[in-house]
Design a protein around this ligand. Sequence first.
Ligand code: PGA
Length: 262
Amino acid sequence: MVTTRTPLIAGNWKMNLDHLQAIAFVQKLAWSLKDAKHDHSSVEAAVFPPFTDLRSVQTLLDADGLSLVLGAQDLSAHDSGAYTGEVSGASLAKLDVHYVLVGHSERRTLHAEDDTVVATKVAAAHRNGLVPVICVGETADDLETHGPSAVPVAQLRASLAGVPATAEIVVAYEPVWAIGSGKAATADQAEQVCAALRQALVELVGADRAAATRILYGGSVKSTNIASFLREPNVDGALVGGASLDVDEFARIVRFESHVGV
Ligand code: PGA
C-alpha cells in the first residue's frame, strides 16, 4: 500500500532540558536540518518540551520562521478553574502548540491516568484545537496474558469516546516494555499492532479517517532502527524519548529517508 500520510518524528523530552537548554537545542536542531536540506513537508519533525520551555521555544520558532512543530506532554481535562498545578489546552493553544501527548504510559502508571481520564483529555485537546497524540501500549504482563494488540486496541477505543469521528488525532503505539529499555519491538511486532489499531480506526471513525490517521511507533527508537519501522505500511513515524535529547541523533532519525534510502 502506498501511503500519502506524511511521516511524523516526535521528540518527547520528558522532564529534561530547561528553557535555556531548550533554546540552544532547538537552534542547533533547526540548523542541522537546514544544513542537510531537510524537507519538512516530506517528514514532519516535532518537539515536545516541558511546559516551562514552551514559551521560549514558541518565540524562537516564530522569530526565526522555523518549520519545527511544537507539542506539549500533557494537558488538563479542564479548560480553566480551580485546578492547581494544571495547564489547560486553551493556554497551550495560545502558545501555538499543535500536538499534545495524551495517555503516555508514564502518565498512566505514575499518575494513575485511566482510560476515562485519557478520553476526557483527548476531548479537551480537540475542544481547544490541539491534535492529541494518543499513546497506547501493552505491558509485558499484558503481552503474555492478552497477546500483542488487545490492550492497545481497547485503550484506543476508550480514548475516542468523547470526540467526533472527524477529529484529527495521531496514535502512538508504545509497548511499555520497550520504553526506555533499549529493547525496541521488532518492525514486524510494531506493524502487527499498528495494523490492528488501523483496523480498529476503520470501525471507530470510518475508512477515510483511518487511512489519513498517522500511527507512530515508540519505544527505544534510534537512528539505527528507525528505517526498519518506517518501511512498514502501517507505521507512519515515531515517538522518540531518550534519543530525542541528542541533537545529532534526533536529526538523523528525522532524516531517516536520506541516510538509509527507504
Ligand atoms: P524511549 O521513550 O524512546 O526513551 O524508549 C519513548 C517514549 O516514552 O515516548
